[in-house]
Design a protein around this ligand. Structure first.
Ligand code: MN
Length: 289
């Protein structure tokens, strides 16, 4: 059985552009080794926006060396990138963007959501790429709510939406470059759960809503339980109805050298990324609509 290693609380809040009021939950600047292959997670909202015709969000910026995974719990996000990817990510949808060799992208509230306003809640997770895949061509997976299987948990404990990896016999739609699970769990209160994970893998439970208990410890909203790698079973209880994101995966065990939107293995590769960005090698955005 996996033991609780520590409870990670937010590093503080900031705005990403003028659209995303986020709490940074972890980053490669604080717990890189412990969370590998995951690099960073921002929790946007919950927040309420008034209807507007303005574009709220963040304009063109680069990424290289990893993937950005956007999970929309409420609201809607429009995306475009210089590799030709783009689309609208609505409630329940997930965008799995492979920046890899490098691209520019922009992230805004979708015009439909901006026009109606209302609740907004989103997670953006950065997933590291193995060194051998950091310079592959960029990719884009638009994963709709309908494509994400929902599996009932034993004991009427709720459901698992399998975004990536596998729960029991059910596989999620996301293609990943290393073994991992990303599960959106909607849980009933007062239940005990036992999840089968891999010995030796990273595992963490992030609580968006509700609360969970692991042994004598309570993990509250916007907190994350980081587990030990030893053991395969992850055992916890829910104290109320809860929304929990499970992250688990095989640690990459490769050096991490990051600078803002670039995450590579060596300082030289970071310098190269900055030169390539300044030389316009990350592509160009087509004219804004
Ligand atoms: Mn971005």
């Amino acid at each position: 059985m996996k033991k609780l290693s520590f409870i990670k609380k937010t590093n503080g809040s900031h705005w990403v552009g003028d659209g995303f009021p986020v709490r940074n939950i972890f980053s490669y600047n604080d717990i890189a080794e412990e969370m590998s292959p995951f690099l960073l997670m921002d929790y946007a909202g919950p927040a309420t926006f008034e209807p507007t015709a303005q574009r709220r969000g963040v304009g063109a910026h680069p990424h290289r060396g990893f993937e950005t995974v956007t999970i929309v719990y409420d609201g809607g996000v429009s995306h475009r990138d210089s590799a030709g990817g783009g689309g609208t990510i609505d409630k329940g949808d997930v965008q799995w963007m492979t920046a890899a060799s490098g691209l520019l992208h922009e992230e805004y509230h979708s015009p439909e959501y901006a026009g109606r306003g209302g609740p907004f809640e989103m997670i953006q997770l950065w997933v590291n790429l193995p060194a051998r895949d950091k310079t592959v061509e960029p990719g884009y997976q638009a994963i709709t709510d309908a494509q994400i299987p929902r599996v009932p948990l034993p004991g009427d404990a709720g459901t698992v939406r399998v975004i990536a990896g596998r729960y029991g016999e059910t596989s999620g739609p996301a293609h990943t470059f290393s073994p991992m699970n990303v599960w959106d769990m909607r849980l009933q209160g007062g239940r005990s759960l036992s999840l089968d994970l891999q010995h030796g893998h990273t595992a963490a439970l992030f609580v968006l809503h509700g609360a969970i208990r692991i042994g004598a410890h309570t993990i509250q909203e916007a907190e994350m339980a980081v587990m030990e790698r030893e053991g395969a079973q992850l055992v916890f209880d829910t104290t109320g109805d809860s929304v929990v994101l499970l992250l688990s995966g095989e640690p990459l065990n490769e050096p991490i050298v990051g600078h803002g939107p670039f995450v590579m293995n060596t300082r030289e590769e970071i310098m190269q990324a900055m030169r390539d960005y300044n030389d316009g090698k990350f592509g160009r955005m087509t004219a804004t609509r």
